[in-house]
Write a protein that binds this ligand. Structure first.
Ligand code: PRX
Length: 647
């Protein structure tokens, strides 16, 4: 299997730093093995104990898990509310503790205590109820990374509305498609948000997307973030401040069933449009709460900063739900890492005395390029733990992170998981696991990943496709409104084992090394994109006949997007046309999907059955020789033309 041909040469090992383990929640390999053994011996007892420890259940659950592949239900019969778990539980003991330490890109600051956050959430929850939002209704959220984003999510959870957050970098078109798929009734947005010194015109995008048709949309709630004065609103819009003005600061939570839909988050698949990953309440709450404490070793006096936007799953699980359920102080920074200067992150860490820092390898690589003088100018000694997520981290970046940011004293947790898994599944435990640069190491207790070969035999040492053999509490329940796609996307390879879409390798110590996607999903600068989405954006341009998009290895972004485009007859290709197509993709999806390179081709190489030969295009894009068998090529001259083009 050529896609798994990565050879492991990394042999450096880093045990937990001296002194870390004694104070950690999990202190030794014995702790880890004991939990794994417990989970193996009696899964129901193990999970029931975790669920009772993590959450307040207004009505206790009666059944731990019902697994009818591919459908899982967890903690059946239980009723709870994650807004209650994230807020009300802390009021008596730490109501005045800062829950969110916000810093806007222009430098404005705001501390929100648990008591204040609770009040804000209750007011908005009441406001949503007043607008007629009922349990199970979908509410869209399209906001910058400001406290209102967390407030909006928790207000939905409080009344049992299902939120669907759309990353503020997505375009009006992308927003419209997601809102229509979810049939959202209300959308919460702001006039804009700050990014690289500019205002992202969120409200304009919302208006454009509604103008293009979102029949289910009844009302838009508009927070005021950027302008000197609040924006003038249209009849279907209401100012957030006005909506909550006369609402009380308390709100009885809706005690929802454990399997009540908490949120839908759209993510890219290998085919078609983005799919709505559905997460439900109980299992998601249990696992995100537990893993936040285990993996980040969260303590009451930590200042925790995960740099993800709430538009991604990392922002859901490890900015909002997990840390707040643990009563942590969460740093929230609105803007770009290099605005106003290349040391913004380090300056923030030093000033807020951040102790736990969680970011993406692509950011680390970008910082490496900027030079170590920027972090060196700041006192980063408050840090005690570092994390990474989203893509494989190359050992050089891992070492740089360890030495330059962590001062050689902080354990690094390389956390593997996905939108679909809801929470971290494979990761070091910082007081337990000896880490190796580039490896996500071992599964968390109760999680059963396995590498399988093409006959579904387990590969104990070596490479293959990564599966999860047993269900876990925070697994996706389905694809919203599309059960077929749920089955086809994750259970087509094996009817009972969840297929991750990733290739991985396991070494002699049983450590997992994630190689990357083996399907047509690419990870561009830590953002997950489907090549099919970008292709359909390209072919929606009136002059494009056909397009194929592939990933090419990139030392900064991990993967760069290369688009091979065939124009309709008679269309002259030019640099200007290239720019026009790139702008078209930005309009259709967002800047994150803009191809890094567009190559015009007279035709695309296809098999006799008409399938585009992507492997070949990947080789062409990467500039490597194809090892593949090209005998099925319809027209070898097409390939030759593409290769010549390259010279
Ligand atoms: O390929 C894996 C990669 O990111 C994919 C999931 O992307 P998404 O759903 O957007 O969630 C990202 C944040 C959880 C996976 O299929 N990935 C995620 N974490 C890692 C990783 N690849 C290698 N190492 C990781 N730690």
């Amino acid at each position: 299997m050529s896609e798994f041909s990565t050879v492991l040469t990394e042999s450096r090992k880093f045990p937990p730093p001296p002194g870390f383990a004694e104070k950690a929640h999990l202190k030794s390999m014995d702790d880890y093995r004991r939990l794994c053994a417990e989970a193996d011996a009696n899964p129901d007892a193990y999970w029931a104990a975790r669920a009772k420890e993590e959450l307040f259940w207004q009505t206790p659950f009666s059944t731990v898990c019902e697994w009818k592949p591919p459908f899982a239900k967890w903690f059946l019969g239980g009723r709870t509310n994650l807004s209650y778990n994230a807020l009300d539980r802390h009021l008596a003991t730490q109501g005045d503790k800062v829950a969110i330490r916000f810093e806007g890109e222009p430098g404005d600051r705001r501390d929100v205590t648990y008591r204040e956050l609770h009040a804000e959430v209750c007011r908005l929850a009441n406001g949503l109820r007043a607008l007629g939002v009922k349990p199970g209704d979908r509410v869209g959220i399209y906001l910058p990374l400001i406290p209102e984003a967390a407030v909006a999510m928790l207000a939905c959870a409080r009344i049992g509305a299902t939120h669907s957050v759309v990353f503020g970098g997505f375009s009006a078109e992308a927003l419209r498609d997601r809102m229509n798929d979810a049939k959202a009734k209300v959308l919460i947005t702001s006039d804009g948000g700050w990014r690289k010194g500019h205002v992202v015109p969120l409200l304009d995008n919302v208006r454009a997307s509604i103008a293009h048709g979102i029949p289910s949309m009844e009302k838009v709630i508009v927070a005021h973030r950027t302008g000197a004065t609040p924006p003038a609103l249209q009849p279907n819009e209401v100012a957030w401040s006005e909506l909550v003005a006369s609402e009380p600061a308390s709100c009885e939570p809706e005690w929802v069933d454990s399997e009540h839909p908490l949120f839908i988050l759209y993510t890219s698949g290998s085919t078609g449009t983005p799919k709505g990953v559905l997460h439900t309440t109980g299992g998601y709450g249990v696992w995100t709460s537990l893993t936040t404490r285990w993996v980040f070793d969260l303590k009451p006096d930590d200042v925790y900063w995960c740099t993800a936007d709430v538009g991604w799953v990392t922002g859901h699980s490890y900015v909002v739900y997990g840390p707040l359920m643990n009563g942590a102080t969460v740093v929230l920074y609105e803007g770009a890492p290099t605005t106003p200067g290349p040391d913004r992150f380090w300056e923030l860490i030093a000033r807020h005395q951040v102790t736990i820092f969680y970011t993406a390898p692509t950011a680390i690589r970008a910082f490496m390029r900027l030079g170590e003088e920027h972090p060196k100018r700041h006192d980063l000694t408050s840090l005690r733990l570092l994390g990474t997520v989203g893509e494989p981290i190359n050992p050089e970046a891992w070492m740089w992170y360890r030495e330059t940011i962590g001062g050689g004293r902080c354990p690094i947790v390389d956390t593997w998981w996905q939108t679909e898994t809801g929470g971290i599944l494979i990761s070091p435990l910082p007081g337990v696991t000896t880490t190796k640069p580039g490896s996500a190491t071992l599964p968390l207790p109760g999680i059963h990943p396995a590498i399988l070969d093409k006959d579904h035999h387990e590969v104990r040492q070596g490479a293959g496709k990564l599966f999860l053999l047993k269900p876990w509490p925070s697994m996706l329940r389905t694809i919203w409104g599309n059960e077929l796609r749920f089955r086809a996307g994750y259970f087509a390879e094996h009817p009972k084992y969840y297929f991750t879409g990733d290739g991985a390798r396991r070494d002699a110590d049983g450590y997992f090394w994630i190689i990357g996607r083996v399907d047509d999903v690419v990870n561009v600068a830590g953002h997950r994109l489907g090549t099919a989405e970008v292709e359909s954006a390209l072919v929606s341009h009136p002059r494009v006949a056909e397009a194929a998009v592939v990933g090419r290895p990139d030392s900064l972004k991990g993967t760069a997007l290369v688009a091979f485009v065939t124009m309709k007859a008679g269309v002259e290709t030019s640099k200007a046309l290239e720019a026009e197509l790139a702008a078209h993709v930005t309009k259709e999806i967002g800047a994150i999907a803009r191809p890094d390179e567009i190559r015009f081709a007279a035709g695309l190489p296809k098999t006799r059955s008409g399938k585009i030969m992507r492997r070949l295009l990947r080789d062409v894009a990467a500039g490597t020789d194809s090892k593949g068998d090209t005998s099925t090529l319809e027209d070898l001259s097409v390939l030759a033309a593409l290769r010549n083009d390259e010279e």
